[in-house]
Design a protein around this ligand. Structure first.
Ligand SMILES: Cc1cc2nc3c(=O)[nH]c(=O)nc-3n(C[C@H](O)[C@H](O)[C@H](O)COP(=O)(O)O)c2cc1C
Length: 209
């Protein structure tokens, strides 16, 4: 049974990335009638920051974990198991301060664990979560497609790097840039989102073939 893991990270009810996520999931369900969706709303149920005790537990061999360490790592285990179960991942990503929202970074910190998401071998680090596809649904106030502004966009380079590090290299991105134009009234929401929503529908139709 195909499984999709959907992550949302926008704190806003009027979120653009959440709207793209809803469109993605409805298309995915239509093309995977026997599939199941695991949903995580990181903005409303935010993973805990990692601390000294957590790091100590991660670097203790699992057969030597104390009961307290097992409890401490349980949320991380649950998030990793969801990722392991998924054939596909879709992440709604609002740009915050030129990068990803802190709730998504906390999810990454909980998931990117040595021995679970990556390992070190003779040839360096190796991602352990292979054969998965990811789609990033990115919304930003500004436009970063080219010119000097492109170097200020840390969202996509970072997410591609960290997903690649854990073995997820098949990554597509759908962007809605220039969301700040909605505030000034320079463009309306339907017009601004239409190309991204169409891209999601087209990608779903192509991958269903
Ligand atoms: C706290 C915060 C920080 C933001 N930082 C940036 C930024 O650095 N660059 C940018 O282009 N837009 C920035 N924006 C605008 C958002 O990227 C834009 O509103 C986008 O639509 C957010 O995605 P969402 O609608 O899914 O929440 C910021 C918005 C918020 C709320």
């Amino acid at each position: 049974m195909p499984t999709l893991l959907q992550l949302d990270a926008s704190p806003l009810e009027t979120s653009v990335s959440r709207e793209l996520g809803r469109e993605f999931v409805s298309n995915w369900k239509a093309s995977h009638p026997d599939g199941s969706v695991i949903y995580r709303d990181l903005a409303h149920k935010t993973p805990a920051p990692i601390d000294q005790a957590w790091i100590g537990a991660v670097y203790t061999p699992s057969d030597q974990h104390t009961p307290d360490q097992r409890v401490l790592l349980a949320p991380s285990e649950a998030l990793i198991q969801e990722l392991e179960a998924a054939d596909e991942i879709v992440i709604g990503v609002p740009m915050h301060n030129f990068s990803i929202p802190s709730s998504l970074k906390l999810w990454i910190d909980q998931v990117v664990r040595v021995g679970r998401a990556f390992s070190y071998g003779a040839e360096g680090p190796k991602g352990l979560l292979q054969n998965k596809k990811a789609t990033l649904l990115v919304a930003s106030g500004g436009v970063y497609s080219d010119g000097p502004a492109a170097s200020l966009n840390f969202v996509e380079p970072y997410l591609r790097t960290i997903l690649g590090f854990i073995g997820i290299t098949d990554v597509r991105t759908v962007n809605v840039a220039g969301v700040s134009k909605l505030m000034s009234g320079a463009v309306d929401r339907v017009t601004l989102l239409q190309p991204a929503l169409q891209q999601i529908r087209t990608d779903a139709a192509v991958s269903a073939i």
